[in-house]
Design a binder for this molecule. Structure first.
Ligand SMILES: C[S@@+](CC[C@H](N)C(=O)[O-])C[C@H]1O[C@@H](n2cnc3c(N)ncnc32)[C@H](O)[C@@H]1O
Length: 588
């Protein structure tokens, strides 16, 4: 009865009454996840978002299949950081990671701060900071550290998202080294350590082996021999050597031609075997998905060729989950920028182009958000990126998007015009971003909508100066160079010139960090340049996508579309668009 009363109060907008009814219902039926979810919704609408987060984890702890609770939890965490994560239910938080339609990276931030504050992981980190990371690892591998290495939330988090905590990275880097250097793989003989080492292999795969590798480790790795025959014959020593090497290098590359065997590997211990089979299976699925990518024109431009080479080797970003939008989401958000009349075309079937789709996160999000009324074409230079994108589109049942390997400079080869074109974080990697933008305008029908993302010269100034340092030292951009450069930043900590990068989500995986600091081709633009290009090319400006942390005082109301005012604002707040400028415009 009280739950129904709560629902009625929620519908009527009486959130205080709804909260009391749901609290009473939860007391009467403490194991019921649905009631906790209703309570979380009432708390959220009543302005108590922190409590709503806690109740969403309670709902999931009682009903791990409750997808709406996982979506609500992730949505709230996307803009709110809990001051006291100690109140969340770790079982519920871990359950949220089982859904791919919520952003695991957002959950990871809360999970790691919970683990640091409320579990033995905090003790290990404290020991690391006070007595050194080797001491912390000894503690972790002793009986005292058992509960940490067995912690289901820690294992789940590190298996689903890139770690984004610098002290945890220091601890895991030291742990990995100890496991590698231990005589005769002795640590791996304990089941919980071996299982955690498998988690660490997965974490390394997710962060693309971003942790620093010392000379000593490299020497040991060179001495370790991968013996696929021994592994297949059930040799435990051979399978342990593979595991240790897989902490540093992708499994498929270690197994060479054996990675293509379609037969399942029977490996001792079995859990490690399951991991190898899942890894190779996913690799095969991505290779199959490459077959579904079309190819149009040739890549002739020098810069396009260099950029293609970069992304063939390092598809970016390597996303694993997505806060999948609802079907009407795009139309709803476009209403902030365009009139009903300008959006009327969405009533009939329409066409969308995603230019520079990369690994498909933006394209899959768009395919789901525009819905089945839209037919999407997603182009990119990199086949490896598009293969990954195609695989992910299948995972999300986004079957209204086709992937085409095509240079933006060849966009004229695509059939017909588009009603909407999106190109985010792409044009600034071209030799001439304006020529790229023009090629896209040619493919937009009059009255069509365009979303563009470009690096801001003002916001990238500090990064540009670090990039100039890197280029003047002619360091190159191989993985070891990037790892060493990154480790230099970690060693200097917050006080160093690159200390601000430790706060960047892009710091914590190799391809993201490469994209941030070591890109082969990067240009920056200013608001006046954008304004004058739009005037010359019959585009009208419809507004910036507002960065979440934009400083107070930005142009609002009548000035919202005044680019001169925006330029003046950016002059005094140069970090405003530190991600990039992202804005909507319309072809007049
Ligand atoms: C930084 S990624 C951005 C991917 C995606 N838009 C996103 O936001 O996740 C840049 C992508 O642009 C692609 N790209 C760069 N120049 C291009 C060109 N001339 N034609 C097509 N794609 C291009 C690259 O291959 C790469 O995948």
């Amino acid at each position: 009865m009280t739950q129904e009363q709560g629902i009625a109060a929620l519908k009527a907008g009486d959130f205080t009454a709804a909260i009391s009814h749901f609290e009473a219902a939860a007391k009467a039926d403490p194991g019921n996840g649905a009631i906790r979810y209703d309570l979380a919704q009432a708390l959220r609408h009543g302005g108590r978002e922190g409590d709503a987060i806690i109740q969403a984890t309670n709902a999931l702890a009682r009903d791990p299949q409750h997808n709406p609770a996982a979506r609500l939890l992730t949505y709230l965490l996307s803009y709110l950081r809990l001051r006291n994560p100690g109140s969340i239910d770790p079982v519920g938080l871990a359950a949220a990671f089982t859904f791919i339609n919520v952003d695991h990276q957002i959950l990871a931030t809360t999970a790691l701060s919970y683990l640091k504050q409320c579990t033995g992981l905090g003790d290990a980190l404290y020991l690391g900071k006070t007595s050194g990371w080797d001491a912390a690892v000894r503690w972790l591998l002793s009986s005292k550290g058992k509960t940490v290495l067995r912690d289901p939330l820690l294992r789940t988090t590190l298996s689903a998202a890139a770690n984004n905590d610098i002290d945890i990275e220091r601890l895991l880097t030291a742990l990995r080294k100890t496991l590698l250097m231990a005589p005769s793989h002795e640590a791996l003989r304990k089941a919980h350590i071996l299982e955690f080492a498998t988690v660490l292999v997965r974490q390394s795969e997710i962060n693309e082996y971003v942790f620093a590798v010392s000379g000593e480790e490299q020497q040991r790795l060179d001495e370790l021999f991968v013996n696929p025959k021994g592994i297949a014959e059930g040799s435990r020593a051979a399978s342990e050597s593979l595991l240790l090497k897989a902490l540093y290098t992708p499994l498929w590359s270690l197994l060479g031609e054996h990675a293509n065997d379609t037969e399942q590997w029977t490996v001792s211990p079995r859990k490690w075997g399951d991991f190898i089979n899942a890894h190779l299976d996913e690799r095969r699925r991505i290779a199959e998905a490459a077959q579904g990518v079309e190819c149009l024109g040739s890549i002739a431009d020098d810069v396009s060729q260099n950029v293609a080479r970069l992304y063939e080797q390092n598809p970016y970003p390597r996303w694993l989950s997505l806060h999948a939008p609802s079907v009407s989401a795009r139309r709803h958000s476009l209403a902030d920028y365009f009139s009903e009349k300008e959006l009327a075309f969405m009533e009939a079937p329409y066409r969308v182009l995603i230019a520079g789709a990369g690994t498909g996160q933006q394209a899959v999000d768009a395919a789901l958000g525009y819905g089945t009324g839209a037919a999407l074409t997603a182009i990119d230079l990199s086949l490896a990126s598009l293969a990954y994108a195609n695989r992910m589109a299948a995972l999300f049942d986004a079957d209204n998007v086709r992937f085409v390997q095509c240079d933006i400079l060849n966009a004229n080869l695509l059939d017909g015009d588009f009603d909407v074109i999106e190109s985010i974080g792409v044009l600034h990697h071209m030799d001439d971003p304006w020529a790229g933008w023009k090629a896209l305008i040619e493919k937009l029908r009059p009255g069509g909508l365009m979303k563009i993302g470009l690096y801001s010269r003002a916001a990238r100034a500090t990064i540009a100066s670090l990039r100039t340092d890197i280029q003047s030292k002619a360091l190159g951009d191989d993985e070891q160079v990037i790892r060493n450069y990154r480790q230099g930043i970690i060693d200097e900590d917050e006080a160093g010139k690159g200390g601000f990068l430790l706060q960047s989500a892009d710091f914590f995986s190799l391809s993201n960090f490469r994209d941030l600091m070591f890109h082969v081709s990067e240009q920056h633009v200013s608001i006046p340049e954008i304004a004058s290009f739009m005037t010359d090319n019959d585009l009208s400006f419809h507004g910036f996508q507002m960065p979440l942390d934009i400083p107070e005082g930005y142009p609002e109301g009548d000035s919202l579309l005044d680019l001169e005012r925006w330029h003046a604002f950016e002059d005094t707040h140069p970090d405003s668009f530190k991600g990039m400028y992202v804005f909507w415009c319309c072809k007049t």
